[in-house]
Design a protein around this ligand. Structure first.
Ligand code: ADP
Ligand code: MG
Length: 292
């Protein structure tokens, strides 16, 4: 690759809102076999809304929501923001939460008014010795709709199932169709519930899904997909995507994402639109074709 053609290529990409932070990323991107996408904030908007709250016998909706929101008010997770917003919309007063403990990729717990409150995924409840079996049918239905089922426990008793829904970005379906038409293989990786992830993947036309993984699990997934010398571009926006962005042959960060993700990436998209990924690969291929 001549320095001039690389310069022209990165210039064309810049016009399309794609910033190449390293010149050699242009060449690496032209050889990509797999485009692996984070789900939350990458394929979806990353702005979930609370959609469902079903309480167990003996619990009342508003009082459950108030204590759960009190705990989530201490979390930075997008799910937490959705729950706090829902409590505010119902004009609930949030009590104070103490002894907060957040568990990455699982949930959060704290003490509110003397009771220990836990909110999070089924595996978080399991780690606390709580069965979520009574909500199995509801959870399956919610996840099938692409919603994320969460559970709340109050004082050691399962109190509610809560669902949040994170809508697709309006451009995701088209961008993924373009990437597939370019002959690329597509996969999605996420810390979210497996059934939820499958439902979202089906909506956008992705067959390969790795779900319920921690940040290190995203890196493991990339290693598996690269078997046999396959080249991988990974697209993500969050702190939990930084290790995968660094591991991939080309890390592509959503420009509206977190600073940690952007710093770990080789390529940065100026907007959240995944069409930028297709544009970047098209420019890289055109540039390398002219050189060869
Ligand atoms: P993602 O890859 O989708 O960004 P995370 O690793 O951030 O996922 O979280 C994975 C899962 O852990 C969430 O889908 C949720 O079930 C649970 N979780 C994490 N933090 C919280 C929280 N503050 N409140 C409720 N659930 C949480
Ligand atoms: Mg994300």
């Amino acid at each position: 690759a001549t320095p001039t053609s690389i310069m022209v290529g990165t210039g064309r990409a810049a016009d399309l809102g794609v910033l190449f932070r390293k010149g050699d990323a242009l060449q690496a991107l032209s050889q990509t076999d797999w485009v692996v996408l984070d789900k939350t904030g990458t394929v979806t908007k990353g702005a979930p809304q609370l959609t469902d709250l079903v309480v167990a016998d003996g619990f009342a909706k508003d009082s459950v929501l108030a204590v759960v929101a009190a705990v989530e008010a201490r979390s930075e997770h997008p799910i937490a923001a959705a729950i706090v917003k829902a409590a505010e919309a119902r004009r609930l007063t949030l009590p104070a939460a103490e002894e907060v403990r957040a568990v990455t990729g699982q949930g959060i717990e704290a003490v509110v008014g003397g009771d220990r409150i836990a909110v999070g995924a089924d595996r978080f409840m399991a780690s606390l010795g709580l069965s979520v079996e009574v909500f199995a049918d509801i959870a399956a239905r919610l996840a099938g709709e692409g919603k994320t089922p969460l559970y709340a426990a109050i004082g050691g008793r399962l109190a509610a199932i809560i669902a949040v829904s994170d809508p697709l970005k309006p451009t995701s379906v088209e961008a993924i169709r373009r990437l597939k038409a370019m002959g690329l293989k597509l996969a999605m990786v996420t810390g979210d519930n497996a059934r939820t992830a499958q439902a979202i993947a089906a909506e956008v036309g992705i067959d390969e899904v790795v779900a319920e993984v921690l940040p290190a699990g995203k890196v493991e997934a990339l290693k598996r997909l690269s078997t046999g010398g396959k080249r991988i571009a990974f697209v993500g926006d969050g702190i939990n995507d930084a290790p995968a962005l660094a591991e991939a042959d080309v890390g592509i960060a959503i420009g509206t994402g977190t600073d940690v993700a952007i710093e770990s990436a080789d390529v940065v998209l100026s907007s959240g639109d995944l069409n930028g990924v297709a544009d970047a690969i098209a420019v890289s291929r055109a540039t390398m074709a002219n050189i060869r």
